[in-house]
Design a protein around this ligand. Structure first.
Ligand SMILES: [Zn+2]
Length: 101
């Protein structure tokens, strides 16, 4: 097991996790319920984390995450329905699935 990525915003983590999964790399989320209340950042030791199960996949998983970070443009946007923040690369709200307006 190796830690690939950690970020205070669970939405960003879930996206990284699914990108890694799409590459058929076995990975898991940790601390996914540890983040603080809405709009409040958890302490860094409680940030959600993405881990690869097999150490040999680490390099590949890291480059996938890096590439996805470069693709992020602009600030997070706020959902009109539920007020959650989603990364700029999301077209729909990660929380409730509402279209971005
Ligand atoms: Zn929403």
């Amino acid at each position: 097991m190796k830690l690939v990525y950690t970020h205070p915003n669970i939405a960003v983590l879930v996206q990284a996790h699914s990108l890694i999964e799409q590459a058929e790399i076995e990975c898991v989320l940790r601390n996914e319920y540890a983040s603080g209340a809405m709009g409040e950042l958890a302490p860094i030791n409680a940030w959600p984390e993405v881990w690869v199960v097999n150490d040999r996949d680490f390099e590949r998983a890291s480059s996938i995450v890096e590439a996805s970070q470069r693709a992020v443009e602009g600030p997070d946007w706020q959902c009109a329905q539920c007020a959650s923040y989603s990364p700029a690369t999301f077209d729909t709200c990660w929380q409730c699935g509402a279209e971005r307006v």
